[in-house]
Design a protein. Structure first.
Length: 488
């Protein structure tokens, strides 16, 4: 196999009866760097079987910092790319990629140094906040052992003790204004309500704050109407692990969780014009604001770059609406789209276009135009053909081939769309499918049951897509029932 992938090694293999070991190692390294070959090593953490071989393979085959070109962006002009060099004489650039609570060292920030050198006591700049911090203690982590170091250079991974920051932050010497590209953070697809007794409240809040700083995919929100604390993440297992950590690490013994909830979204499917006048007279100065324009879906090819999925466009030509009221109109639309009228979920992939309107020289105000935008949304949203969107997950399931029929049945029974089936490593089959997240609850138990405990699966968010009409109607009816009960 190696000779098929590497021409240089193929010549050595064909010309020599005894192939030199160094040639084998060199060929494995070349093909690994080219991502055409993947070495696999056997071992066990028990009694460290194979661990040393694994570490030797990391050194032999994986790329060193010199084998890769690392790029950063100019902090003042993000369109300009800057090449980072693994050179200790260049200005310092480091990237904090992980935060951890350590029992003896406190908060430990793991950092990779891309360029330059960092010494103990050096002052470095957090490019997210522009604040200077001092690297008072630099350590190298070996499992749970902490070893102090005096300096580290380009290519090293170290940890800074006592530096307060979030994960995904770039540090520089302060003169070199660059930022490393941020990590891709997918949208949370599942939510869970959490609560604890009064005696555990402080520990619960401490845990939630810490988890948010460690993991950008973990989110916390407090619902004002119900005072519920909602945690959101990438799936059932993701949230289960954090709940277990709250109990084990932070001693939140009274922790209670609600039923997991899927994070649905809403969107529009067609263009709808609006014309709405907000007019109110209360004895003194009144409220007056008129807005005209249309809602429309954002085409798929234009959907990237919208952080909240909503785009506001002003196409005002005259001065019927003074320019100082436009931000209030945008705020009104954005506030309205945080809660759709079908199921109460936020909207995505919708464009609000303001074309015209009217103001009153006395009664108009920012509050009036904000209310006009909200009224336009409430009265004309249904004309835009709103639908409910659900998250679809890319699911990869591996199992012994003898259980293929039963495993495929579990996918089909959960409305899964099989994308690919392939044989991997002998008698193991890998199935890739797209499955609605609402049907993935409890899947791990079902898979273990039909594969005698030998099946495994992983999943990640793929995209949002319209729900089947029957399920959508059920979801809308349930939301309206809750609204009715809340109003009673």
């Amino acid at each position: 196999t190696l000779a098929d992938l590497d021409d240089e090694f193929a010549e050595i293999f064909l010309e020599n009866e005894d192939v030199p070991v160094d040639a084998v190692h060199a060929a494995i390294r070349r093909t690994t760097l080219a991502r055409t070959f993947c070495p696999m090593l056997m071992g066990s953490a028990y009694k460290n079987k194979g661990v040393q071989d694994l570490l030797d393979a990391v050194c032999r085959y994986l790329p060193s910092p010199l084998d890769r070109t690392n790029k950063a962006m100019n902090a003042d002009d993000e369109t300009e790319e800057i090449i980072l060099e693994s050179d200790v004489t260049k200005p310092f650039v480091g990237y904090a990629f992980k935060i951890q609570d350590h029992p003896t060292a406190g908060q430990v920030t793991y950092m990779r140094i891309y360029q330059g050198m960092l010494t103990k006591g050096s002052a470095i700049t957090n490019m997210m906040t522009d604040k200077r911090v001092s690297a008072k203690r630099m350590v190298r982590m070996h499992s749970n052992e902490v070893k102090d170091v005096a300096s580290a250079g380009a290519g090293d991974i170290i940890a800074l003790a006592g530096v307060e920051c979030d994960s995904g932050v770039t540090f520089t010497d302060g003169k070199h204004r660059v930022t490393c590209s941020s990590m891709f953070v997918p949208e949370a697809v599942m939510s869970l309500s959490v609560s604890a007794g009064r005696e555990d409240q402080a520990r619960l809040q401490k845990a939630l704050r810490r988890f948010q700083r460690e993991d950008p995919t973990f989110r916390v929100e407090v619902i004002q109407e119900t005072s519920e604390t909602i945690i959101s993440g990438m799936g059932e297992l993701h949230l289960e692990i954090y709940c277990e950590r709250m109990k084990r690490e932070y001693k939140v013994e009274t922790l209670e969780t609600g039923e997991p909830k899927v994070n649905y979204r809403e969107t529009v499917t067609q263009k709808a014009t609006f014309e709405y006048l907000h007019k109110r007279q209360t004895g003194g100065r009144g409220q007056y604001g008129k807005v005209m324009g249309f809602f429309e879906p954002i085409p798929e090819e234009q959907q990237t770059g919208n952080a909240d999925g909503i785009e506001f466009v002003s196409r005002l030509t005259g001065n019927e609406i003074p320019p100082n009221y436009v931000p209030a109109i945008e705020k009104g639309f954005r506030t309205a789209t945080t809660k759709g009228l079908l199921t109460g979920n936020p909207l995505i992939h919708m464009r609000c276009v303001l074309e015209d309107g009217q103001a009153h020289e006395v009664d108009s105000s920012s509050e009036a135009f904000q209310a006009a935008a909200q009224g336009a949304f409430d009265n004309f949203y249904n004309d835009a053909g709103p639908v409910v969107l659900e998250p679809l997950m890319s699911v990869a399931v591996s199992f012994p081939s003898e259980f293929q029929a039963a495993a495929l049945q579990t996918m089909n029974g959960r409305e899964g769309s099989i994308q690919n089936t392939s044989a991997v490593s002998g008698d193991t089959t890998l199935v890739e499918a797209i499955v609605p997240l609402r049907r993935m609850f409890g899947y791990s138990s079902e898979l273990r049951s039909v594969t005698q405990g030998q099946g495994e699966f992983s999943m990640e968010f793929s995209r949002y897509e319209s729900m089947p009409s029957a399920k959508q109607d059920e979801h809308i009816a349930e939301y309206r029932k809750k609204l009715y009960e809340h109003r009673k």
